[in-house]
Design a protein around this ligand. Structure first.
Ligand SMILES: NC(=O)c1ccc[n+]([C@@H]2O[C@H](COP(=O)([O-])OP(=O)(O)OC[C@H]3O[C@@H](n4cnc5c(N)ncnc54)[C@H](O)[C@@H]3O)[C@@H](O)[C@H]2O)c1
Length: 328
């Protein structure tokens, strides 16, 4: 298939782009490089520097190009920031997505795979099912759910075939691609920055949550397993016009457990300091991925936390300056 990958210079999009190429698809990456890295785009993919809010730029890429599918990763991703600057998030994540979806329909693109998040759910202390109630704790989660809802209508009205993938916490590295966000807010790379001597300590935001050790519990999914699910979902759209899947390991780890794992993997003491809770952080988010396992035969190949952190650690040791473009 011929596919357009928005946000394909980012952490997840670039890894998926590589797996799509490996599976024999033709890939064009569309990214404004606001947080992505040109060097992360796989050499086998075409690259267009463009902005989803710019409909003319989208038309230029899509017109007469015969794309079969769009995988849409481009978004702002930081929940805490979304609580300080909601307008930026609604514009980029909702308006930008609507521009893209309209352009997809106008240019006859038949399939659309959307990066959603566990952050659409209301927190609950057992694995979340796709049928569980939605209740985003942040503007970021709300923006993703708004796009999900729009996609349901475009499916019904225009026949666009849609896969919504609700990721839990993506982590780890895949070969030459790893996690380098700026600012970095994700726990695994932050903890590893302490081990690399780039940070003095790791901050724990809240240790009074209703969880076994008081710190937030999350479900970590290896980036390669996450990427594989996209390739399967793209194919699955031949059979099903609308799919919605959780993507996680089904096991939760607390912030303290992640820090312990990183201490084991790196051999560094990684000092930790407790700070007050952050707005928009639910206590527990763990996925049930039974649905995608049953319907598409997806199975995580790298579920163990120490292995996930080991892969990230190897990447950070080999790439101490990230992609070398100052964005890490
Ligand atoms: N990282 C996670 O754990 C996680 C969890 C749940 C959902 N997600 C979702 O997965 C997707 C990818 O996340 P990521 O961690 O790879 O983030 P990332 O920041 O590494 O990648 C996002 C990419 O989108 C590009 N981008 C942003 N806005 C754009 C725009 N308006 N036009 C064109 N390009 C734009 C950025 O330059 C970047 O390359 C996002 O939609 C995010 O919400 C991520």
């Amino acid at each position: 298939m011929k596919v357009l990958v928005t946000g394909g210079a980012g952490y997840i999009g670039s890894t998926v782009a590589q797996q799509l190429l490996d599976a024999g698809h033709t890939v064009t990456v569309f990214d404004n490089l606001s947080s992505g890295h040109r060097a992360a785009v796989p050499p086998g993919a075409a690259f267009v520097r463009g902005e989803t809010l710019d409909r003319a730029a989208l038309d230029e890429v899509l017109v007469d190009a015969g794309f079969d599918a769009i995988l849409h990763f481009a978004a702002f991703i930081e929940a805490g920031e979304s609580m300080r600057e909601p307008g930026r998030f609604f514009r980029n994540n909702v308006t930008g997505s609507l521009q893209l979806i309209d352009a997809a329909v106008a240019h006859g693109v038949g399939r659309f795979v959307f990066s959603s998040t566990a952050g659409v759910y209301a927190s609950k202390d057992s694995p979340l099912l796709e049928t569980d109630p939605v209740g985003p704790a942040s503007v970021y989660g709300a923006t993703k759910y708004m796009v999900e809802q729009a996609l349901e209508w475009y499916q019904r009205i225009h026949g666009l075939r849609v896969a919504v993938l609700r990721y839990f916490n993506a982590a780890g590295a895949a070969g030459t691609r790893g996690e380098a966000h700026r600012p970095e807010t994700h726990l695994v790379p932050l903890v590893l920055q302490v081990a690399l001597g780039k940070r003095r300590e790791i901050a724990i935001f809240g240790d009074d949550y209703p969880t076994p050790d008081g710190t937030c519990v999350r479900d970590y999914i290896h980036i390669e397993d996450l990427a594989t699910a996209h390739v399967l979902a793209l194919g699955g759209l031949a059979e099903q016009p609308f799919m919605r899947f959780n993507l996680g390991n089904g096991a939760g780890y607390s912030v303290r457990e992640v820090i312990e794992s990183a201490r084991r993997v790196t051999g560094h003491p990684i000092p930790a300091v407790v700070h007050p809770r952050r707005a928009g952080d639910p206590a527990i988010l763990i996925a049930s991925s039974d649905r995608i396992q049953a319907e598409l035969g997806w199975h995580p190949q790298h579920p163990e936390l120490d292995r996930i952190i080991e892969s990230a650690w190897r990447w950070h040791l080999a790439h101490p300056d990230g992609y070398g473009d100052g964005k890490q």
